[in-house]
Design a protein around this ligand. Structure first.
Ligand code: SF4
Length: 371
């Protein structure tokens, strides 16, 4: 750890710089931004059903969906989450987390308030559990988002912090424009989206990190307000089948989703269904939202999960939220040498050249450079 001390200081300074460097100011808008939503159907009279995510909310006139972002107005479903991001930041791409995507570059990151889950442990609950028309938000058209990303020198726009599915139309329009300007798109999602809208957005996505919150239905039911695991697994397979770069995050909460058997089953499922090259990030739970009463997950539990995942045969396994851990580095699965050295969001070494280990020429899965 002493050897890493200068790097720790650099990482802290980098975080402060990024905080101060936020390029946009809140516009102070509180107006209701609404436009007709995608993926819904009229059932009868003025009753509609949203089919964007597996909740398939049935809404009478004036009602909002579970996510609070979609509203039935006189028999038409509108989204309240278009053009009004609640958060806009330039972040290191490692923060998403993407560890196999252009290490050391910045991602133009944005979110609209709202979510289609209610995870008791949500780390971003102040914005994910808020209504998009009741928060102070920016006013940003898709054109302004894309030009903001370009001016900031970000090769990626990432839809993150809250749940991008609930601001689907905004994300789709930005993604199309960004792609036409040579930028890439990424999202960090809970994966709770129906297959048809997922396939439409995948055309414009380059990388996706999915939160796989646990590997049993009870956990999803209890922690995510009657959400289900199975649709998330279908999302993971669809992303993989469509050739979009995929990473997975599993937040480990002590005593809740950390049994060795469950973690082994999850890792085996990943290997069997998605392959052994999908990076898996085990993230440490820190008390938040409605689980303030639980302790932070012991680092030994994360180490145990890491060992299980490696034993199952996953090539790229990481531990997150444990500053200074060597488990946040990337090692070559062939020659075992250090490939990407990380300290928090700081990259202090990169030995990947044109997608290959520079020591043994082994191809490393991911999105590296354009050369
Ligand atoms: S996106 Fe929102 S309104 Fe639509 S089904 Fe999901 S929770 Fe319900």
């Amino acid at each position: 750890m002493m050897k890493r001390l200068p790097l720790v200081i650099s990482a802290i300074l980098l975080s402060v710089f990024l905080l101060l460097d936020a390029p946009f100011a809140h516009a102070g808008s509180d107006k209701s931004v609404s436009r007709v939503a995608a993926y819904w159907q009229n059932l009868k009279d003025d009753i509609v059903q949203c089919v964007l995510c597996p909740r398939k909310c049935i809404l009478k006139n004036g009602e909002r969906g579970f996510c609070t972002v979609r509203i039935n107005k006189d028999g038409t479903l509108y989204t309240l989450g278009y053009g009004n991001p609640v958060a806009v930041h330039v972040d290191p791409i490692e923060k998403k987390p993407f560890f196999h995507v252009l290490p050391g570059t910045n991602a133009f990151s944005l979110a609209v308030a709202g979510c289609n889950m209610r995870c008791l442990f949500c780390q971003n609950w102040t914005i994910s559990q808020a209504k998009p028309d009741e928060v102070t938000a920016y006013d940003m058209t898709p054109q302004e988002v894309v030009s903001g990303a370009m001016k900031s020198g970000c090769p990626f726009i990432v839809y993150t912090y809250t749940e991008p599915t609930v601001f689907y139309e905004y994300m789709l329009d930005i993604s199309k424009l960004a792609r036409s300007k040579g930028l890439r798109n990424g999202m960090h999602t809970c994966g709770y989206i129906n297959p048809e809208p997922l396939k439409e957005i995948l055309v414009y996505m380059d990388a996706i990190n999915v939160d796989l919150k646990g590997f049993n239905e009870d956990f999803y039911k209890k922690m995510g307000a009657f959400a289900q695991l199975q649709p998330v697994l279908e999302t993971l397979k669809t992303i993989k089948d469509n050739g979009v770069w995929l990473e997975i995050t599993n937040l480990i909460i002590s005593g809740q989703n950390d049994s060795p058997e469950e973690i082994r089953r999850m890792c085996q499922w990943i290997k069997n269904n998605l392959g052994d090259e999908v990076p898996l990030h085990f993230s440490r739970f820190i008390p938040a939202f409605r689980l303030q009463n639980l302790p932070p997950t012991p680092v030994e539990k994360l180490e145990e999960a890491y060992t299980i995942a490696k034993d199952v045969g996953l090539k790229y396994v990481y531990i997150g939220n444990v500053p200074g851990s060597p488990r946040e580095d990337t090692y070559c699965p062939n020659c075992t040498k250090l490939l990407v050295g990380r300290l928090g969001y700081l990259i202090y070494e990169n030995n990947i050249t044109r997608g290959k280990c520079k020591f043994c020429n082994y191809a490393i899965a991911g999105i590296w450079d354009d050369k």
